[in-house]
Ligand binder design. Structure first.
Ligand SMILES: [Zn+2]
Length: 330
């Protein structure tokens, strides 16, 4: 009865040439440097070096065994979402990568649990691809936290979330496409400050956009990276909702009333931060996630939970496993 890791990524070891299979434009390609190493390329630019833990089930399973992980949710790497392309193109990309995800997970169907990407810029197509993916073996979807300037309270996004609620599809929200500026191009600042801010904004959009008022509580929704900056700044948000209702008080209830409507993962590294999540959101709303196999992820997976001496064994079991089973509908 090991840990369930709800936040991991894959990249296939090969995929079709998207410029001929999908359409002209700048698409990611893979430069294979050896059997174990490759470079994701965007045009002539090196985007990210990756290893065989991205695509080789046996490597993943060995790492899982080492860390006491029984199951991984295996999600797309956000670079491949293709939300900036046309809906038709993004459908084709989603089908290609969703089918490749099934191949990667096939050697261990009880342990590698694939989540699909969807063409979120076209909500009808996103619903259709989610249905196709679930029918073909995926267990849920991972979505980016925004599409261009449209946040999670956009009508199309709400329609998609409603579809997931109606069809029992768990949704994992991952930050991506962080704003850039010269100030943010240093020190991985877009990952270190941009990603937590993106997720924070998404949760605020769900609350203030009235999405939680409209979409039923059956929606199973989780946010990456501990929900970003949200839990730490809930007090500021709550105070603003009460003090400036003329500007922000548009949800039916104050922000703190919606905390049982979503979960977050545990990849915050510091037990002090994990404690803030547990005390703010509740033990039932936190699940182990690691961001495996990327370097900003946590290894051994779930070690922040191991080090959390404020949690009793029942709470640790809930965070390591039971909450994830509920999220996955198992
Ligand atoms: Zn991630």
């Amino acid at each position: 009865m090991g840990t369930i890791d709800v936040h991991t990524h894959f990249v296939p070891s090969a995929w079709p040439d998207l410029s001929t299979q999908v359409g002209p434009g700048l698409w990611p390609t893979l430069r294979v440097d050896s059997e174990r190493d490759a470079m994701i390329m965007l045009g002539e630019t090196e985007f990210r070096r990756i290893g065989d833990d991205c695509w080789d089930a046996s490597v993943r399973l060995a790492d899982m065994d080492a860390d006491g992980v029984e199951m991984q949710v295996v999600s797309p790497t956000p670079l491949f979402f293709s939300y900036d392309k046309s809906g038709d193109e993004a459908v084709k990309v989603a089908r290609i990568f969703n089918d490749l995800a099934l191949e990667i997970c096939a050697p261990a169907p009880e342990r590698l649990i694939p989540f699909a990407q969807v063409p979120l810029q076209d909500p009808d197509a996103a619903c259709a691809e989610a249905d196709r993916a679930l029918a073909s073996g995926h267990a849920g979807v991972e979505i980016g936290n925004h599409v261009g300037d449209r946040d999670l309270d956009d009508e199309g996004m709400v329609m998609f979330l409603q579809h997931c609620a109606d069809n029992d599809i768990p949704v994992f929200v991952h930050p991506w496409d962080m704003p850039g500026s010269p100030r943010l191009d240093r020190w991985m600042a877009r990952w270190l400050t941009g990603m937590p801010a993106e997720t924070h904004l998404s949760i605020i959009a769900m609350i203030l956009g009235g999405v939680f008022d409209r979409v039923p509580p059956t929606l199973r929704l989780a946010f990456a990276h501990g929900g970003g900056s949200f839990a730490f700044w809930l007090g500021r948000f709550e105070n603003a909702w009460l003090q400036r209702p003329d500007l922000i008080g548009v949800s039916e209830r104050p922000p703190s009333a919606y905390l049982d409507r979503f979960s977050v993962d545990s990849v915050v590294f510091d037990p002090v931060a994990l404690r803030a999540l547990v005390e703010t959101l509740g033990t039932s709303q936190v699940m182990v996630g690691s961001d495996y196999p990327y370097p900003l992820g946590e290894r051994p997976v779930g070690s922040v939970v191991d080090r959390a001496d404020f949690l009793d064994e029942a709470q640790k079991r809930a965070i390591r496993r039971d909450n994830a089973l509920r999220f996955l509908g198992r």
